[in-house]
Design a protein around this ligand. Structure first.
Ligand code: THU
Length: 141
């Protein structure tokens, strides 16, 4: 990914973070995915008074991409106000692995600190379709 493309992805993650619905934790998260076609899909965390129904920013970005039929992810940027910059939770890691096994991820905070990680480092031994018995294997789409 080129520098200007990464800047645009970071800007999308920063911008969507402002729309986070996080009245319970006060922890706003913005996530932006870039695809091979050059599309950008953004998501923020959406909390719920039940707490358990909360959905993370990363999974909302994935849902937006799936809805558009474009899931060839090439990069993810996550923006938080954490020091050091926070990484996606376990549920989001597994959700991302469903589409791309080794996604490059840029974690950034509001101080401008950043950290580059890869999905395989965050989730080294994921559950994959190969773990399913043949009867339950996914059908070609
Ligand atoms: N959160 C995310 O949006 N992404 C993560 O990967 C970790 C946590 C959100 C969920 C909740 O709204 C808030 O951060 C505190 O956990």
């Amino acid at each position: 990914m080129k520098d200007d493309q990464e800047r645009a992805l970071l800007e999308a993650a920063r911008a969507v973070r402002a729309n986070a619905h996080a009245p319970y934790s006060g922890f706003r998260v913005g996530a932006a995915l870039r695809t091979g076609d050059g599309n950008v899909f953004a998501g923020c965390n959406v909390e719920n008074v039940t707490y358990g129904l909360t959905v993370c920013a990363e999974r909302n970005a994935v849902a937006s991409a799936v809805a558009a039929g474009d899931t060839e992810f090439v990069a993810l940027v996550v923006v938080t106000d954490a020091r050091p910059p926070a990484a996606p939770c376990g549920a989001c890691r597994q959700t991302l692995v469903e589409f791309v096994p080794d996604l490059p991820i840029l974690l950034v905070n509001l101080d401008g600190e950043s950290r580059r990680v890869r999905l395989t480092d965050l989730l080294p031994q994921p559950f994959t379709p190969r773990d399913l018995p043949p009867k339950a294997a996914p059908k070609d789409e």
